[in-house]
Design a protein around this ligand. Sequence first.
Ligand SMILES: [Zn+2]
Length: 87
Amino acid sequence: MAKKFHQPIRMCIGCRNRYEQKLLVRLQCDEGLLKAFSSIGRSFYLCSDCLEDQKRITKALMRQCKSGDKEKITKRLKEIIPDDRKS
Ligand SMILES: [Zn+2]
């Protein structure tokens, strides 16, 4: 029997803390290109704290994407998650 009240817990690849899946942003890498999860393929999660500190997660993202292209990843991340909080 499935537990009805159980929230799926996923790990943020930036800080490696575990959170309920609904609190995380799900992303994936397709052919080294970072994008929002499209329901197919391997994916990973980032928490909102890490999304605010995009410098911190770039390394983790590079590892996930098996890409050394930091610029490209940072640029894609900003496209997927616009940083509007900058004043
Ligand atoms: Zn995190």
